[in-house]
Design a protein around this ligand. Structure first.
Ligand SMILES: Nc1ncnc2c1ncn2[C@@H]1O[C@H](COP(=O)(O)OP(=O)(O)OP(=O)(O)O)[C@@H](O)[C@H]1O
Ligand code: SF4
Ligand SMILES: [Mg+2]
Length: 604
């Protein structure tokens, strides 16, 4: 476009001083550019954290987050002060080219950045708890004179306690679907072991209480299901002497119906019947176990009564198993109390050392008093009911992500699964904790289009049912248009544009966003030649000065090479960081799609 053209919808909108972004970013730009060390000042570590008032519905609030990698070639500034919010019951998209820092953002929020990386500064509030509380004391940075290099001195004690604090948050607070499931899963444990561990950690109380309840129910009904219990006491029909009146007894009728449903070959009937039997027995996980046992039996199912009874007897615990499960329950409750304290610390910004030590002491005593439950032979027998229970709960989770043969997959090891199956197993693990925040890093990239739609639907259901805030990282703008409420566009470690998804697709402001949108095929423009953005994401060890996009930007101006553009509001809730909207002489590009242009749609 020529500079004489100036579309009216851009020219009237200028920087609003009240915008929160402006205040933070302005102070950053006025300071000298960070040195190679970029070390936080010593005084900042002693300064008390500013009071934070959580905004309604905002589950995640990331403020001025910086993450650097200290490589041999220099300091790679992967995130250079990003601001991001995710609201309850909404999906927030993060898009951008490869290497722009999407995964590093998710890893930083979950505090999973490993060596040589470090979250340098910023604040990450999850439901009001600052996940970066105490960050300044975890490491010190020292410039090595004459080399331009930085020495990082870590405090491993503080890093360990930060990890313990994060363990309280991960799972129920924040869960993550990793971009590469093969690397995220442990190769030496079966899928059931890995999913079961997550279940026990985050829903342990429900699991053990379910077992104790079912056991009590079995004992209350005279010792539970036994092979003789199902021979009916059939009284004689008084109107027809000599004939026996069949009086249905609950469990008998249910089991017979279930066996008949299995013999009929109808999986829907069988599923309904196993649900009824499991409900009667008081242990929901019996339903998948009975279902998969009887599914392939066909007409032979009627002869499986003994095996059914054996499965049902699983809910009865021996004395040792009962006391082991009670011990486990006490430990889980103590751990829960400890987790609550960690959360309190992060919310108040104040250490609760005395209370924490008390709980840790009680846990030690509990373990010492029942040390024999940790001995190998005893542990195996005592923990068998929990292991069984976790296995069948895992099968239900795998069914939930549409795995056709969940029993085999649960027994399998990561290397035995295809990429898509592994991805779905990991999605099941993340969804099982019903987290407040779900970080989904390219969750559907390895999946077929049909499975992709199902997984997105599952995430949508979780969001609507639990009110989970989802941060969806993806390359696929179609997926963003389909499922996201808000979208953040990242470039070279910065969020350069964000806003409600419809607004951003209808009126993309940043030249980079416009380039991204111009590069996807449109149903309404079948003959249109796809555009591409020349060049690639810059090396983040030596990022370009000023606007990081300027070497690739068709509208670059002299100011773009010197001054980094500040984020500013352009419209109701639409943020953009580009000099085209601040420099008085600049004219915004007019390559944005017409306002009425339809959104690209996700694959069916
Ligand atoms: N462990 C590491 N050591 C050094 N640099 C790293 C490390 N992890 C990430 N980086 C760098 O951080 C930058 C951002 O990487 P990131 O993985 O976030 O990209 P991405 O946007 O997720 O890309 P993709 O879409 O390909 O997944 C890249 O320049 C990358 O080289
Ligand atoms: S600030 Fe300048 S170089 Fe950067 S996107 Fe805007 S116009 Fe292009
Ligand atoms: Mg990535």
């Amino acid at each position: 476009m020529t500079s004489a053209q100036s579309p009216p919808n851009y020219s009237s909108r200028r920087f609003r001083p009240s915008g929160g972004h402006r205040t933070r970013e302005a102070s950053r730009v006025r300071r000298p550019a960070p040195t190679t060390s970029a070390a936080p000042s010593a005084s900042s570590s002693e300064r008390p954290a500013p009071a934070y008032t959580p905004r309604k519905d905002v589950v995640l609030d990331v403020q001025d987050l910086k993450t650097y990698f200290f490589t041999y070639d220099g300091v790679l500034r992967a995130l250079e002060g990003i601001n991001l919010q995710a609201r309850a019951g909404e999906t927030t998209g993060v898009v951008g080219e490869t290497g722009c820092g999407k995964s590093v953002t998710a890893f930083s929020i979950a505090r999973l950045i490993g060596d040589p990386g470090r979250v340098m500064s910023g604040r990450i509030y999850l439901n009001g708890a600052n996940l970066l509380w105490g960050l300044e004391r975890e490491a010190r940075f020292k410039k090595i004179p004459g080399t331009g290099r930085v020495k990082v001195m870590r405090s491993f004690r503080r890093i360990r306690s930060a990890n313990e604090r994060m363990a309280a948050v991960r799972g129920r607070g924040v869960s993550m679907i990793f971009q590469e499931p093969g690397q995220a899963m442990n190769p030496v444990f079966s899928i059931a072991d890995q999913l079961g561990e997550a279940l026990l950690l985050h829903s342990g109380v429900e699991v053990v209480e379910g077992l104790l309840r079912a056991d009590a129910l079995a004992r209350g009904s005279g010792g539970g299901f036994s092979s003789t219990e199902f021979v009916p006491e059939a009284p004689e029909d008084p109107d027809h002497p000599g004939q026996v009146e069949v009086v249905p007894s609950g469990p008998l009728t249910d089991i017979d119906r279930m066996l008949q449903a299995a013999a009929s070959g109808s999986q829907t009937d069988l599923r309904a019947a196993t649900d009824v039997v499991a409900k009667e027995a008081g242990l929901a996980s019996l339903s998948p176990e009975l279902f998969y046992m009887l599914r392939d039996a066909g007409a032979q199912a009627l002869q499986r009564r003994e095996r059914v009874l054996r499965v049902l007897r699983r809910r009865q615990l021996t004395g040792m198993q009962q006391s082991s499960i009670r011990h486990q329950r006490r430990l889980i409750l103590l751990q829960r109390a400890l987790n609550d304290l960690y959360l309190k610390e992060m919310k108040l910004g104040k250490s609760q050392l005395a209370a924490r030590s008390r709980i840790a002491f009680r846990m030690r005593i509990e373990r010492m008093r029942h040390f024999y439950f940790g001995l190998w032979g005893i542990k195996r027998v005592a923990q068998r009911p929990i292991k069984n229970e976790l296995f069948w709960r895992t099968v239900v989770l795998l069914e939930g992500v549409r795995i056709a043969n969940p029993v085999q997959v649960a027994r399998g090891y990561p290397h035995e699964l295809s990429g898509g199956m592994l991805q779905r197993a990991m999605i099941a693990m993340a969804l099982s904790c019903e987290p407040a925040l779900l970080l989904a890093d390219e969750p559907t990239t390895a999946l077929d289009v049909t499975i992709q739609a199902q997984i997105l639907e599952l995430m949508r259901q979780l969001r609507d049912r639990v009110g989970t805030a989802i941060v969806l990282i993806t390359h696929d703008l179609g997926v963003v248009a389909e499922v996201c409420n808000r979208v953040n566009v990242m470039y070279a470690g910065l969020i350069i544009e964000s806003g409600p998804v419809h607004e951003l697709f209808r009126r993309p402001l940043h030249p980079y966003t416009q380039g991204l949108l111009a590069s996807i095929p449109r149903f309404d423009q079948p003959d249109k030649e796809l555009a591409s953005i020349p060049g690639s994401v810059p090396n983040l060890i030596h990022p370009p000065p000023g606007c990081r996009f300027h070497p690739r930007c068709p509208y670059a101006m002299p100011i773009c090479k010197e001054v980094r553009p500040l984020p500013q509001l352009e419209g109701e809730d639409h943020m953009v960081a580009c000099h085209l909207y601040t420099a008085p002489a600049a004219t915004p590009p007019e390559t944005a799609p017409a306002p009425s242009a339809p959104l690209p749609t996700a694959p069916a």
